[in-house]
Ligand binder design. Structure first.
Ligand code: NAG
Length: 177
């Protein structure tokens, strides 16, 4: 159970897969998801972010139930979500990124320009919309999701061939049992 003032965090890990063979069918590319061009930020040479392009197979997850509870996701959907072992596919072209979370139940496709705020439609996840911005913090990709739920976001990074994700949300008023 997630205590009211805690920050619920969940962790996932994937491993880079040699063959980018899709296990899960993809829905057609959502219409109207084109994003505006952002001017390229200039990086100091020593903090050049890594290239996250790859197909990553699910390895493990921790604390997902608390996280979903903090988002008020009902028990039936939580039970399904806990059984999923989603893969990740990332296409990283300059500042443009497409991050796909692929599972047999649902696919979630996030497309954005690093450093440009956009409206993220999370209705497929928890029924909400957020103003989202993703930026590099050194070698980690950090996301802030401003919206109804305070302190929501995630962080992705690579360690060798492993891709990690931590997601968090502040559980507060309205967070269910
Ligand atoms: C990352 O690697 C992919 C595949 O090799 C390449 O197409 C892409 O342009 C690279 N992206 C960046 C940001 O260097």
């Amino acid at each position: 159970m997630c205590v009211c003032v805690c920050v619920c965090v969940f962790r996932l890990a994937w491993t880079l897969s040699a063959s980018p063979v899709r296990q899960h069918p993809l829905p057609p590319h959502p219409a109207g998801s084109s994003l505006q061009q952002a001017p390229s930020p200039t990086w100091p040479a020593q903090t050049m972010p890594p290239n996250l392009t790859g197909y990553y197979r699910f390895v493990s997850q921790k604390n997902m139930e608390d996280y979903l509870q903090a988002l008020n996701i009902g028990v039936a959907l939580r039970k399904i979500a806990l059984l999923l072992k989603p893969d990740k596919e990332i296409d990283h072209q300059g500042n443009h990124m497409i991050v796909k979370t692929l599972s047999m139940f649902r696919n979630y496709i996030l497309e954005f320009e690093v450093g440009v705020e956009f409206e993220e439609d999370l209705r497929i996840v928890d029924g909400r919309k957020c103003q989202t911005i993703v930026t590099w913090e050194e070698e980690q990709l950090v996301c802030v999701q401003k919206g109804e739920v305070p302190n929501r976001g995630w962080r992705h990074w690579l360690e060798g061939e492993k891709l990690y994700l931590v997601s968090w949300v502040r559980a507060g008023k309205g967070a269910s049992t």
